[in-house]
Ligand binder design. Structure first.
Ligand SMILES: [Zn+2]
Length: 419
């Protein structure tokens, strides 16, 4: 009996040593990542910008749905709008013989109803603006692809342009990566001077349209590099939304290259920007339902992390029946999340980042037992660690530890309900 016990202890001892040796950086980073004291849900939507007037109606329907759901502190649900400032001016580009790029921007009267819907939503506290590129592509790459007659899908891009070029979602995926040169694949980095100029132009446009440029940036297709980050920071960006990784380019087939680095909530990047992680999805147009949101919320609560739900304009701009169904599902998801976590907090991504930076924030957990429970949950869900945990049996031990530590039970929080 004693011999068996020694063998078991030795087994787990070796497993712990292997875990520490192989994954010590991840274990430490997971511990340093702030733990939230209460559940937080933010709906993060991208790609809003110039478009047909129906987009304004969609935004107003979304705003009404968000405004009808409030947390215990009276705060309405928030959807961030990743704003794209402009689209190509097809007629002017054609008139130049495809030699010059021209832009139609949100300043044009045609798009005033969309801007008004965004601004009204911001004033009502249901929308928060974020940067998502002056265009959803790098104009020089688009122009080069328009001029190339062979093998680069220029026919499809010409058709897209002739249809108005309003829906960046319809561009080939590599071209949607604004912050890398995808004229030819594999991609190449952009000239940092050109990047800085582009960020300057974007900031100027957003200030003229909205009276101020948002402090949160969402990299298009999550491809960006240090030069982009530095330029953002120099133009007022304080927060960068990430999927938990940074991608820096595309391969010869147009696929994202393996990530250059892992990113966690609250980490600091170039120029002092704060990273937040958005890695859950709610795309009604792709079949995501309210139940998926509550499942993601449960996982994030266990990890003491915020739930940032990624969605896109594409989900809400279909024909009226699809649009109505998508907005209704959004409302159902928010109400269901609130019913399973009554102390759920709604906030903006900028405010969340502020809490991640501030250890004294009431949104931050300071007690060590919930922090340790969150660490156990995070380690169990950490990519690359799962196999070792499973085959060594350490995963079961971590699960038991979470149980004994009481899990991250927000309902016990002394501040529960004060959002
Ligand atoms: Zn986008």
């Amino acid at each position: 009996m004693g011999y068996a016990l020694i063998l078991i202890l030795a087994w787990f001892g070796f497993a712990v040593i292997a875990l520490a040796v192989l994954h010590r950086r991840a274990l430490a980073a997971v511990w340093r990542e702030p733990v939230l004291a209460r559940p937080v849900l933010i709906v993060e939507s991208d790609d809003w910008g110039p478009g047909p007037e129906e987009d304004a109606a969609a935004l107003r329907e979304i705003a009404a749905t968000l405004g009808a759901v409030r947390d215990r502190g009276g705060r309405s649900a928030v959807m961030t709008l990743g704003v794209v400032g402009g689209v190509p001016d097809a007629a002017a580009i054609r008139a130049s013989g495809f030699s010059l790029y021209a832009r139609r921007s949100l300043l044009e009267p045609d798009f005033a109803p969309i801007v008004a819907a965004m601004c009204d939503g911001c004033r009502a506290g249901v929308f928060a603006l974020q940067r998502h590129g002056l265009e959803h592509f790098w104009p020089a790459s688009l122009m080069a692809r328009l001029r190339v007659a062979d093998g680069c899908n220029s026919e499809g891009i010409l058709r897209w342009l002739d249809e108005g070029g309003l829906r960046s979602e319809a561009l080939p995926s590599p071209l949607q990566s604004r912050w890398v040169d995808c004229t030819c694949l594999p991609s190449a980095p952009l000239d940092p001077v050109a990047v800085a100029q582009a960020v300057h132009e974007e900031t100027d446009l957003l200030q003229r349209v909205f009276g101020g440029a948002p402090e949160v940036a969402v990299p298009n297709t999550f491809v960006w590099d240090d030069g982009v980050e530095q330029a953002w920071a120099a133009h007022g960006v304080r927060v960068v939304v990430t999927p938990g990784w940074r991608y820096e380019g595309r391969d010869a087939a147009g696929r994202l290259l393996p990530p250059a680095r892992r990113i966690r909530n609250g980490e600091i990047g170039r120029g002092g920007v704060t990273y937040v992680v958005r890695d859950a999805y709610f795309e009604p147009v792709r079949g995501h339902r309210a139940e998926d949101v509550t499942a993601a919320l449960a996982r994030k609560c266990g990890e003491g992390r915020p739930l940032l739900l990624e969605t896109h304009r594409e989900s809400f701009i279909g024909p009226p029946p699809a649009r109505v169904a998508a907005v209704a599902e959004l409302g159902r998801a928010l109400r269901m999340a609130q019913s399973v976590r009554p102390d759920l907090c709604f906030t903006t991504t900028a405010e969340l980042a502020q809490a991640l930076r501030d250890a004294a924030s009431p949104l931050r957990e300071r007690r060590w037992t919930p922090r340790l429970a969150a660490w156990c949950a995070r380690v169990c869900n950490e990519p690359g660690v799962a196999r070792l945990l499973k085959y060594s049996g350490l995963g079961a031990l971590l699960g038991a530890a979470r149980y004994l530590l009481g899990d991250v039970t927000y309902r016990r929080s002394p501040d529960a309900g004060r959002c």
